[in-house]
Unconditional design. Structure first.
Ligand SMILES: [Cu+2]
Length: 506
């Protein structure tokens, strides 16, 4: 649990930043991304990926960024089950990008992976048929070898998939009032106030991590909330770091959903870890009228090598503030004059059948490999000097792969049968990796031989694995050799360094 001392240390870090001529940021209003509901827009949503300039705090100069129809990040897209939504993504960047719908169950030809590059000046127009349970998903750039930098610069946004379940259950549902999107990230800044994308060998091993915590593109913001139940849609949009979340007063909150939708019942927790790519929805009770701060503990990198190995790689940012350090993320100020529609936290949410491992027709072993000392060429399109975000992928770096092989766009690694289920035994090497698959939702059967904790016991598409795990996957979406689905570590710098594979369904 986050201690008050931890939060104070974080607040002190913000003070140091202010003295260094950087941001204090504390107290800026939490930005709420625009909500684009497909039904309010005749079933068509048009995003523009473009460079911009964005202020991460009122006292910081505007920094060069990327965004989707925004200076940083993008609108929250609300899609409804049963609808076909005509998406379009225009690329106004000076290099190829893609837009991947992370968490959507759609065929691979509209998935937006690395095989679907949108060239500068071009517009991609996928039709998304939405047919899956209500959930919080997201979208982000996924171009071959440049994903880490493009997401770091801002190419990400949240998606809300709806089928009416939450409204029926009486859960908080007024967007921006008692239903808040929280996109959690960390960044480094240069002395001039620009985003600094450090991606040297050390970052390629640990992932690109920052000394500055932000939510919805704002440093240490404050949200006004009603004196009532409030639902928070948490998305870890960081390149690499895990957030270990809790409130400064230790209050209990309830996890109601993860990546693929609702849990069978709310799970009371005081501390929650969320890894890159994961989502959790929580309900927090502000009915007591007390303000609270949601913060994170430090995220030291631990692994098989222990403190003497990977541990020595944990470093400090250029300001001397620890990268991966603890700190406040977002404050909640209760405003009794804010009227929210009545909401409840039901004792039961959505029944889920226990996963049935006997359905699996195949067992596969998948290792998530890191060879830190090997070096070699890393991502092929990893940017470089002169690009927004600064230096990246210079020279050699660590090599990574899956089952002993680095990512190859022209090699198919897995070929499950469409409609079948398989058990994948996943073995993380050297450090915890958030394991993610496109085109499927899975159930966690075991982690280190034990059943998963209650909040991980529903449909997921991303799970942090520090120990071997068994996942039950069901492949419902068609994927072709021309446009295979990706399987990868969601530490974006690992993905760019080769920790990714491809599958087709046959
Ligand atoms: Cu990884």
């Amino acid at each position: 649990m986050l201690t008050r001392r931890g939060l104070l240390a974080g607040a002190g870090a913000l003070g140091v930043m202010a003295r260094a001529g950087r941001a204090s940021g504390a107290g800026a209003a939490l930005p709420i991304p625009e909500l684009w509901d497909a039904r309010d827009r005749a079933g068509a949503l048009g995003l523009v990926a473009a460079p911009g300039r964005h202020r991460f705090a009122p006292d910081l100069p505007a920094a060069a960024t990327y965004g989707y129809s925004a200076s940083f990040l993008g609108p929250v897209l609300r899609l409804h089950r049963g609808d076909a939504v005509q998406m379009s993504v225009e690329n106004r960047l000076d290099r190829p990008t893609t837009a991947h719908w992370h968490g959507l169950l759609v065929p691979s030809d509209v998935d937006g992976g690395p095989h679907q590059a949108i060239q500068p000046g071009e517009t991609w127009r996928p039709l998304l048929a939405v047919d899956q349970p209500e959930a919080t998903a997201w979208y982000h750039a996924h171009p071959h070898g440049d994903t880490g930098r493009q997401v770091y610069m801002g190419l990400a946004g949240m998606m809300i998939l709806e089928d009416g379940t939450g409204a029926e259950l009486g859960l908080p549902h007024a967007y921006g009032l008692n239903d808040l999107p929280l996109i959690l990230q960390d960044r480094l800044f240069t002395r001039a106030g620009e985003l600094e994308f450090r991606n040297f060998a050390r970052e390629r091993i640990l992932g690109t991590r920052g000394d500055t915590l932000m939510v919805n593109g704002a440093i240490s913001p404050a949200a006004r909330v009603p004196k009532a139940l409030v639902r928070l849609r948490l998305l870890n949009g960081a390149n690499a770091r895990n957030f270990h979340l809790s409130f400064d007063d230790g209050r209990i909150f309830h996890v109601i959903a993860s990546d693929g939708g609702y849990l069978p019942a709310p799970v009371p927790m005081a501390a929650l870890t969320i890894s890159p790519g994961e989502r959790f929805e929580i309900v927090v009770d502000f009915g007591d009228g007390r303000d609270a701060v949601l913060g994170t503990l430090a995220d030291p990198v631990e692994g098989e090598a222990g403190a003497g190995g990977m541990g020595v790689l944990s470093g400090h940012g250029p300001t001397g503030i620890p990268t991966n350090g603890p700190g406040p993320m977002v404050s909640f100020r209760v405003d009794p004059t804010l009227a929210a529609p009545p909401a409840a936290l039901p004792a039961r949410l959505v029944p889920i059948a226990a996963p049935d491992p006997t359905r699996a027709v195949l067992r596969r072993k998948v290792t998530l490999d890191m060879w830190p000392g090997l070096g070699g060429r890393t991502g092929t399109a990893g940017g470089g000097a002169g690009l927004p975000g600064g230096q990246s992928s210079r020279g050699s770096g660590p090599a990574m792969g899956m089952n002993g092989k680095r990512y190859d766009m022209h090699r198919i690694d897995f070929d499950p049968k469409l409609g079948s289920s398989e058990i994948w035994e996943v073995f993380p090497v050297l450090m915890p990796h958030p394991f993610h698959l496109h085109g499927t939702l899975f159930r966690v059967l075991s982690i280190d031989g034990a059943p998963p904790p209650a909040h991980l016991a529903a449909a997921k598409d991303t799970v942090l694995l520090g120990q071997p795990a068994e996942l039950l996957l069901t492949f419902t979406q068609p994927a072709t050799e021309a446009r295979p689905f990706m399987v990868h570590c969601h530490i974006l710098d690992h993905e760019d360094a080769g920790l990714m594979g491809q599958y087709v369904t046959s």
